[in-house]
Design a protein around this ligand. Structure first.
Ligand SMILES: Cc1ncc(COP(=O)(O)O)c(C=O)c1O
Length: 386
């Protein structure tokens, strides 16, 4: 038999999703893959119930239903001040996952380079391989996960760099890039004529006093930002697979073509129901923020009471916990033991870092109080079991 494609040998299956399967196998409280165990807003699910009878049930326009794109453009205007043309500058995709892949396929050619901050969301490695791009990593340095501007400039100025990938707020480190940092990145993007492909799925999960700034709203960046985001986290509907790309017309045209042949379109009935979410008032987002602040405090304080050290995120819903005291050389082995012997699922930190980091694991805390309390109760015995 002839060998299968090279591109599919260069990355593994998702470690995050693998850890969900391992957690399920051992009946662990699954704090690995980031999805809530509480319900989406009732307004959205009630609308979905009606739509089950009323439709639509057939293909929507491939780049997204008009009322969805209109509502999204209005929401973006409200939160970012940007005027987005819903006819020309939005492509609705199956989650931010497809949005990022379509954005990469539209911007880079095989052999181009893309700059990625490390730690990074693991999909970007596979996105780079599948689109043929060569990643160049720039470290975000703990404890605040700041970057060194000179190091960033050295990376961005390399021959063949086409784009920088920016996850803001960041999974896994919880960094929210400040306006000043975004302006520094923007300065380099303009100077070296590169695109910035953003992943802003946690745009509404930011803890006070931190604030989310949209890269596209930074001066000079509207024409070179390819924004990817999604409804997964904002409305607790990760299974609906609704995301989007917002970009200038010439980029969106390319994204639409890639999207058309990858998936044809996002699910029509789900798009229709989600319009209710896109039209929610400010109160919804304030409530979301205070709910997440509550979950973060419950979990971070709980770990600290047990004497476990972790990062305190500025945004998104993850903590990185230091496991040095347990003496494991392999954080993958640690996470399997944690699921099996302690009964809590986590993701090995090494799957997010380019650098040789194996003393961190990632938990997420988008869970009901009782789930987080159960996980903390189990973690209380970690030192007896590992
Ligand atoms: C940074 C980041 N981007 C994208 C995704 C996936 O988003 P979606 O469900 O919209 O595909 C996740 C999910 O955990 C994420 O953390």
């Amino acid at each position: 038999m002839k060998p299968l494609s090279k591109r599919t040998t260069y990355f593994t299956d998702s470690v995050i999703r693998r850890m969900t399967r391992i957690s399920d196998k051992y009946g662990a409280v699954n704090l690995s893959q980031g999805f809530p165990d509480f319900d989406p807003p009732g307004e959205i699910t009630e609308r979905l119930r009606d739509i089950a009878l009323e439709g639509p049930h057939q293909y929507a326009l491939t780049w997204g239903a008009k009322n969805f794109r209109d509502a999204l453009a209005a929401k973006m205007k409200h939160f970012s001040g940007l005027d987005i043309d819903p006819e020309r500058e939005i492509a609705v995709t199956c989650g931010s996952t497809e949005a990022m892949m379509a954005a990469m396929m539209s911007v880079v050619d095989p052999g181009d380079k893309v700059v990625i901050f490390s730690p990074f969301y693991e999909n970007y490695g596979a996105d780079a391989v599948l689109s043929g791009a060569e990643p160049i990593y720039v470290a975000l340095k703990p404890p605040l996960f700041n970057f060194d501007l000179e190091e960033l400039e050295r990376a961005v100025s390399r021959e063949g760099v086409k784009a920088l990938i920016l996850c803001n707020p960041s999974n896994p480190c919880g960094k929210v890039f400040s306006e000043e940092e975004l302006r520094e990145i923007a300065y380099l993007a303009v100077k070296y004529d590169i695109y910035v492909i953003t992943d802003e799925v946690y745009e509404h999960i930011v803890y006070k006093p931190f604030r989310h700034t949209y890269m596209a709203a930074v001066e000079g960046m509207r024409e070179r930002t390819v924004m990817c985001s999604s409804l997964s986290k904002t409305y607790s509907i990760t299974g609906w697979r609704l995301g989007y790309v917002i970009a200038p017309f010439d980029v969106t045209e390319r994204v639409k073509k890639v999207h058309d042949f990858l998936t044809v379109g996002a699910a029509a009935p789900l798009m229709e129901a989600a319009v209710v979410g896109l039209k929610m008032s400010d109160g919804y987002y304030e409530e979301l923020q205070s709910h997440y602040t509550h979950m973060r405090d419950l979990f971070v304080n709980g770990l600290s009471d047990i004497g476990l050290k972790c990062t305190v995120p500025q945004g998104a819903y993850y903590v990185l916990m230091d496991i040095s005291e347990f003496g494991y050389e392999d954080d993958n082995r640690f996470c399997v033991d944690l699921a099996e012997k302690v009964g809590v699922g986590a993701v090995p930190g090494s799957s997010f870092f380019r650098e040789n980091v194996n003393h961190l694991i990632r938990f997420h805390f988008a869970k009901k109080d009782e789930t987080l309390i159960e996980a903390l109760n189990r973690l209380e015995y970690i030192r007896h079991k590992l």
